[in-house]
Design a protein around this ligand. Structure first.
Ligand code: PLP
Length: 390
């Protein structure tokens, strides 16, 4: 065996996104014990940082030791007991995953299905909640498979009106658009580190409201998973130290998350959100000037995940292969019904810069020209630059 040297890559897919150099440097610092007093201080800072990031005062905020799916699984498995009713809004791949998990928890999953590319329809969800009492309403705030944003405030409010606990997937939204647990009065919010937080994959920040914690404490049977059993986890993460062993925390990954939070607060959360919006607007202007179209209507688009339709006659996979080979640039493919139909271009975290926008437009124009499509690369770049200068 030889040491692995990753090739140079510019990550503009649906995640992971680029990891900032300062986070990479933090990951390489010496490993210390997970019960070391210095590490316990770091844990407290991370908990406070996550609470600030999600605006979740009074919530239990911890980073779960696995990627975003862990947050989803923790939320579903801890809140739902066999036979309980859960309304799950599905408008893409990740809502579908939630519904699968709810079924595995033994719950009765009532799926409110949507066309891919559309936001969750709050009125249809409310009708499902009104039909019969539900313990949980789960939905995806930023559906990465389609690039659509749903109205989290309206959906959480619908859950409250019907006495359901809201579970909000913020894997792609956190750090890129507004996530506000307190304003939404949300019950569980979870995310991942590899999208807009500029850290590598492997951790899932989660926030649980006092209502969610009370519902978990009132369970009549233990959750069926051990690692993500919230009560057990909090014996390690809860309180202010004096922890008991539960699992060995991914120590260096937590250094990375901590550094990502420090960097984000230095930039300013609002400034980071504005940066995502500006780079998206520039990319969208450039994409349209190249004669390409978005899948999603402007008012529902996610700045951090841009879904661009593949023009007729163009080989979708060949374009991705070409930009990777010629420009070291990774963009994403479509999933499910969108396979072969779209590219998914991420502008997340450290990948949301004007430089990334220009690189992507240049590479895409060259790959399309290579397949014989007449695109005006200069017009694409000029349109993006005009937007950035505005
Ligand atoms: N939810 C959404 C919206 C996602 O985009 C993803 C991953 O892309 C996940 C959940 C799952 O996260 P992970 O792949 O980190 O387990």
């Amino acid at each position: 065996m030889n040491s692995f040297q990753p090739p140079r890559r510019i990550l503009m897919g649906p995640g992971p996104s680029e990891v900032s150099p300062r986070v990479l440097a933090a990951l390489a610092r010496p490993t210390i014990g997970h019960l070391d007093p210095a590490f316990q201080d770091l844990m407290e800072e991370i908990k406070a940082g996550l609470s600030r990031l999600m605006n979740a005062p009074g919530y239990a905020c911890v980073p779960l030791p696995a990627p975003g799916t862990a947050g989803m699984e923790a939320a579903i498995m801890n809140l739902l007991q066999p036979g309980e009713r859960a309304v799950i809004a599905v408008n893409g791949a990740f809502g579908g995953r939630m519904a699968d998990m709810a079924g595995r928890a033994g719950a009765v999953a009532v799926v409110v299905d949507h066309e891919w590319g559309q936001p969750v329809d709050a009125a249809r969800v409310e009708a499902a909640l009104a039909e019969a009492p539900a313990k949980v309403l789960a939905f995806v705030h930023a559906e990465t498979s389609t690039g659509v944003r749903s109205d989290a405030a309206a959906l959480c409010a619908a859950a409250r009106r019907h006495g359901a606990l809201s579970v909000v997937d913020c894997v792609t939204s956190l750090g890129g658009i507004v996530v506000d647990a307190a304003a939404w009065d949300a019950d569980v919010i979870y995310s991942g580190t590899q999208k807009c937080l500029s850290a590598p994959p492997g951790l899932s920040p989660i926030a649980l409201s006092p209502r969610a914690q009370a519902a978990i404490a009132a369970r009549t049977e233990k959750p069926r998973n051990w690692l993500l059993d919230f009560q057990l986890l909090m014996s390690y993460w809860g309180g202010d130290g004096g922890r008991t062993y539960h699992h060995t925390a991914p120590i260096n990954a937590l250094y990375g998350l901590h550094e990502g939070l420090v960097a984000l607060f230095e930039e300013g959360q609002q400034a980071a959100i504005v940066r995502h919006a500006r780079t998206h607007e520039a990319l969208a202007a450039g994409i349209e000037a190249l004669g390409l179209e978005f899948l999603v209507a402007p008012q529902h688009r996610l700045p951090q995940l841009n879904t661009v339709r593949v023009p007729r006659g163009i080989d979708e996979a060949a374009v991705r292969a070409k930009v990777l080979a010629d420009w070291d640039l990774e963009i994403g493919a479509g999933l499910g019904p969108l396979k072969g139909q779209v590219w998914r271009i991420g502008l997340m975290g450290a990948s949301a810069t004007p430089w990334h926008v220009r690189l992507c437009l240049t590479a895409l124009a060259a790959a399309l020209a290579d397949q014989g499509l007449a695109v005006d690369a200069r017009a694409g770049l000029a349109a993006a630059d005009r937007r950035l200068a505005a």
